[in-house]
Design a protein. Structure first.
Length: 188
């Protein structure tokens, strides 16, 4: 190439580069391509965290309904199988069903909550009988002597939830949300 041809090529190259730097056509498309995936991820996060919050509220209400049903009077001499624990578990299952959650997915809490007992018996819950931990005659206040404490019932369980957030560390993570409620036993 001749020196004049090289210099005209360099001038045209600089002119084209300058025009590309100044030109703004198509910039909106490039900006949208950069921002839309991020906005989509934020919207998905809002949706899935909202779902988790809704399920947490539903299982907390179910535990409260179980504690309320466990404190209700029942027939101790009847042969119907009614007891505070059975009433509480039935109320939890009903509340979960009403909230369109599967009661069979409820799990026994690990570790189970520990309370002081109001009586000489231990306040343990039976993991073999139900997936819901119901502890009756537990001390709800922090006192050393059982006679001065407030006695009640404790209902607790865990419910699984799985996030779906692609390209995030929470994708397909299964978490266990714990629900628990305590209520004072009424004496008649």
């Amino acid at each position: 190439m001749k020196p004049s041809a090289q210099s005209s090529l360099g001038i045209r190259l600089r002119t084209n580069l300058r025009r590309l730097v100044i030109e703004t056509r198509g910039a909106e498309i490039a900006e949208a391509a950069a921002v839309l995936p991020l906005m989509f991820m934020i919207l998905l996060g809002i949706f899935w965290f909202g779902q988790a919050f809704s399920i947490y509220g539903a299982i907390t209400r179910a535990a409260q309904e179980g504690a309320r049903a466990g404190t209700a009077p029942y027939c101790a001499t009847c042969n119907t199988g009614a007891s505070p624990a059975n009433n509480a578990v039935a109320a939890v299952n009903t509340a979960l069903t009403i909230a369109k959650l599967d009661p069979t997915l409820a799990q026994f809490p690990t570790p189970p909550p520990t309370f002081n007992s109001c009586t000489a018996a231990t306040a343990n819950c039976d993991a073999a009988s139900s997936k819901v931990c119901v502890q009756t005659q537990v001390q709800l206040t922090d006192t050393v002597t059982p006679a001065t404490g407030v006695c009640g019932i404790s209902v607790s369980f865990q419910y699984p939830y799985q996030f779906w957030l692609p390209f995030a560390s929470l994708n397909k993570q299964r978490i266990l949300m714990t629900a628990s409620a305590r209520m004072r036993m009424e004496t008649q």
